[in-house]
Every structure is written in C-alpha cells, then in structure tokens.
Design a protein around this ligand. Structure first.
Ligand SMILES: [Zn+2]
Length: 354
C-alpha cells in the first residue's frame, strides 16, 4: 500500500489533466486486481466508481486525488521514520491508497462482506467539488459516507454550513471638504458590520462548536481623497453551526440590510451543514472499531471547513471525514504517518466485514 501511495504522490495532480491521470492510474491499479470499475466524465473531469458486496445498504468511501500545487521536490516522496513526506500525502492520497487497498482486500472475500461498499474517487475537491456533486446527482449515494481526509483517526461527524454574501451599501456623494453634505457609504458599511456582529445567530453553539464564524473577506469602495464615497460593497464568509436554520439566518441578514436605505444583500453561495449525529449506528460502529485499533476511546469532533461529505449529507446520508494522521497539508512539509495509514486501512477492512 505504501508503494501505491508513493506512486500516487509522484503523479503531479494539481491540474485537471494531472488529477485525471492520477484517477486513471487508480483505475488501472484496481483493474489489475480484478476489480470492475466505472469511469464517468463531467466537463473534462473524471470520476471513478467501483462496487463490491450486496444488499440494500451501501457504505461509500470517497477520496480525491487532486492536490494543491507544490514545489518540484514534493513530488518525490521521502520517508523519514514513520513519516512519508510529499505533496498530497496527507490531503489525501494516503486516504485514497488505504481505501483502494482495503477495497481490494475485501473484494477477495465477498462472502464476508457486511453490505455493499462503493469506492468513489474524484478529481476536484480542492477546487469546487463538482465531481462528488456530479456522482451524487447521478444517484451514486448511499446510507453512509466516509471521506478519507486526514483527521488523525478522529471522526469528523459534523461540518459547519456556509453562507457567502455581499452587501452593497449606498451613500450620497459630496465633496471631501464638505462631508456633512453627503452620506459616506464606507461609514455605512462600518455601521452595518457592527450591527451584524451583534445579531443573535452569531452566538449559537452545539456540543461540537462554540460559535459560528464570520470573516469579512472583501471591501470595495472609495476612489479619491476629495470625494465622499457613494457605494461600499462588503463581502462576508459566514460558517454556521450544524442545527442552525440557514433560511432564518438569511432572513435576519435581509432585515438588517433593509435598515440601510437602498442597500442590497446578495447571497452568493450557500452550503448546508453536515449534521451527522453521534447516535448514528455507523458512527457507533466506527467508533467501536477505531477504539479497538488505537487502544483508546475514539474522538468525535466537528470540522470547521467543508469537504465533499456535504454533497452526500445533503441527500440524507450520514457523512464523516475520517482518515490518517498527517500535517502541513497545503504547506511545504506535508507528510502523513505511515502507521496511521495502515491503521486506517485496517479499520476500513474491519468495517466492511460482518
Ligand atoms: Zn482534502
């Protein structure tokens, strides 16, 4: 499996073409081991699906082979002690290699399989996640999904929802030497920001999160010293806590924006939260198997970012991020722990068996 992982790291999959090459490499690896694969294409991007087992229930293992760009040296994997260094080792070629290896091992013992297992390999998690979305839209959903992102073998069962929005605040222009004759749109934006931060939905919490997050990401306004600006656009990235009502939040934002004359609220992107619960039978079993392998109780946690799990969760599947230990993903010293990758693979094999 580590040889497979090293081969994957050597494939420079930071472009659509590169990610497709990595996916075709996976297809070939699986086919050489007698596994039937289906490769789908959506706008030049490839996805792979393979299935073993039978029955009504289906567990999905999802992994992405695309990576963020790295420096040339990162495409030659290097082992030091337990760590394998290289771009995409942690995020998430180790997860993919473990899933492929576990899938292959289980394919040799169909009589022992607990249920159907589908392997989904996708090529654009780091950019827009269209390929996982496409698979879900094509009906490749299941009862439970494991996205093998690096989580130190902790079970990331929730993820915050996303609302990204712009507010266009209007003022009234005047000469900069007579600001009292105008209305300064930038000052309106500052007022808006202050009032936004005191809205009650920003104090929500649940057992995994202390509060939502709000990032003022962009401000566009002002042209010259001697003019009172008549327009200011502020752009926010709001991540709300699972369990919060997204439409209710948007309603509150609309009400606030309406307090500012002629302002406009534009919702640019939304994504639902992942709300998998600790009592979900899959979570109970994964926690049980994991604790057997790591020799201590499994940890459940809530992710701050959102990965491909959300597309499946939207269709009602339980979905988690769960994978090996590593560090510095998207950084210069990205690495994964070899033993934790082996453990992750062994956990997957156990989960597949009766
Ligand atoms: Zn990732």
């Amino acid at each position: 499996m580590i040889a497979l992982l090293k081969d994957l790291v050597r494939i420079k999959s930071d472009t659509i073409e590169g990610a497709n090459n990595a996916l075709l490499f996976c297809e070939n690896w699986l086919q050489e081991r007698g596994i039937i694969t289906t490769v789908l294409k959506h706008e030049e991007k490839l996805m792979l699906v393979a299935e073993i087992g039978a029955g009504d229930e289906c567990m999905i293992w999802n992994g992405h082979v695309d990576i963020v760009p790295g420096n040339p040296a990162q495409f030659e994997p290097v082992i030091e002690g337990d760590f394998l260094y290289g771009r995409g080792t942690a995020d998430m070629k180790a997860g993919v290699a473990a899933m492929m290896q576990a899938f292959y091992e289980l394919s040799k013992e169909p009589e022992n399989l607990l249920k159907k297992i589908q392997l989904h390999i996708v090529t654009d998690e780091e950019t827009d996640g269209e390929t996982s979305q496409f698979l879900v839209d094509q009906g490749y959903t299941g009862d439970f999904v494991i996205c093998g992102e690096p989580t130190h073998l902790k079970i990331g069962l929730q993820a915050k929802g996303i609302i990204q929005f712009d507010v266009i605040l209007k003022g009234k222009p005047s000469h900069g030497s007579r600001p009292w004759e105008g209305i300064n749109a930038i000052e309106q934006a500052i007022l808006f920001d202050q009032q936004l931060r005191s809205l009650s939905f920003l104090t929500a919490s649940n057992e995994f999160y202390d509060y939502p997050s709000l990032n003022l990401a962009k401000i566009q306004a002002g042209e010259r010293y001697n003019v009172v600006p008549d327009e200011c656009i502020v752009s926010y990235d709001l991540r709300y806590v699972p369990g919060q009502d997204m439409l209710g939040i948007i309603e509150d934002l609309t009400k606030l924006a309406n307090k500012f004359p002629k302002s406009e609220l534009k919702i640019q992107t939304t994504a639902p939260a992942v709300t998998t619960e600790a009592v979900n039978p899959y979570i109970v079993r994964i926690a049980e198997v994991t604790s057997q392998f790591i020799g201590k109780p499994a940890v459940l946690f809530g992710q701050h970012g959102a990965a491909d799990a959300r597309f499946y969760a939207e269709k009602g599947a339980g979905a988690i991020e769960f994978g090996p230990s590593g560090g510095d993903w998207h950084g210069e010293k990205e690495y994964v722990s070899i033993t934790s990758t082996e453990t992750f693979k062994n956990i997957l094999v156990s989960l597949g068996r009766k």
